[in-house]
Design a protein around this ligand. Structure first.
Ligand SMILES: [Zn+2]
Length: 245
């Protein structure tokens, strides 16, 4: 007990239920991540894209963001790694047949948002509402629950049949550790792409030099054979203009 022995009661001793407040904040943040574009904070609408860190965006917003080169452009930290449209993937989402649209949610409190989701896992039917982990495949953009990926081992996409590797699975709205892991993988991929580009460039230069050499060789050998006829060919063009006047 405070107040009598000169001790000052702390806030959490007076205010009941600080944990509940935390929980509400957590839910609000969760709802925001799964329902709103990470750049514009507007509701997510198809076409929806995801970055390599597993954040969700409206495609048109990303395009707008990339096209904006004005000095007033406000750099959004969550999207700083998106340099061009190749850095995001359009998602192949499965509509939830039970979804009644956004209108339902405008009436109730925020908790109701967690009850319904616009999209589901096409394999096990789980709703994509933030309670279950979901992921997408980098190559085809198809979206699944993590449970489906774990329960049904496969090397081809459940939805479109395209083959994929484990590194192509990107967790959507993951936790800190998952995002750190995705960040590391993204940087590795970028480095690889850079090195590959460099290798291709040097190879291209090499082949350019080679073909230039062979061309030069061909020219020198052909010029030596044509040089004898070249002298004769010059004669007919010259005298005509002199006689005309
Ligand atoms: Zn697919």
């Amino acid at each position: 007990m405070g107040c009598d022995g000169g001790t000052i009661p702390k806030r959490h001793e007076l205010v009941k239920g600080p944990k509940k407040v935390e929980q509400v904040d957590k839910n609000a943040a969760l709802i925001a991540r799964w329902n709103y574009c990470a750049i514009s904070q507007r509701p997510l609408r198809k076409p929806i894209v995801a970055c390599e860190l597993g954040r969700l965006y409206n495609k048109d917003v990303v395009i707008e963001y990339l096209l904006d080169t004005s000095p007033e452009k406000c750099i959004i930290e969550t999207a700083a790694h998106i340099k061009n449209l190749k850095d995001v993937k359009e998602l192949n989402l499965t509509d939830n047949p039970a979804w009644k649209g956004d209108k339902v949610n405008t009436k109730g409190d925020k908790y109701e948002d967690l009850q319904g989701a616009a999209f589901i896992c096409p394999v096990v039917g789980l709703e994509m509402n933030g309670r279950q982990k979901f992921c997408y495949l980098r190559d085809c953009g198809c979206v699944f629950s993590e449970r489906a990926m774990k329960e049904i081992k496969t090397e081809v996409c459940h939805k479109c049949g395209k083959p994929f590797k484990e590194d192509d699975v990107i967790i959507l709205n993951g936790n800190k550790e998952e995002i750190a892991d995705l960040q590391r993988k993204m940087e590795e991929r970028k480095l690889k792409a850079k090195l590959l580009k460099k290798a291709k460039k040097s190879k291209a230069i090499e082949s350019c030099v080679k073909s230039a050499r062979t061309e030069a060789n061909a020219l020198s050998s052909s010029s030596s054979s044509t040089s004898t006829t070249g002298g004769k060919a010059e004669k007919p063009g010259k005298p005509v203009s002199g006689i005309a006047k």
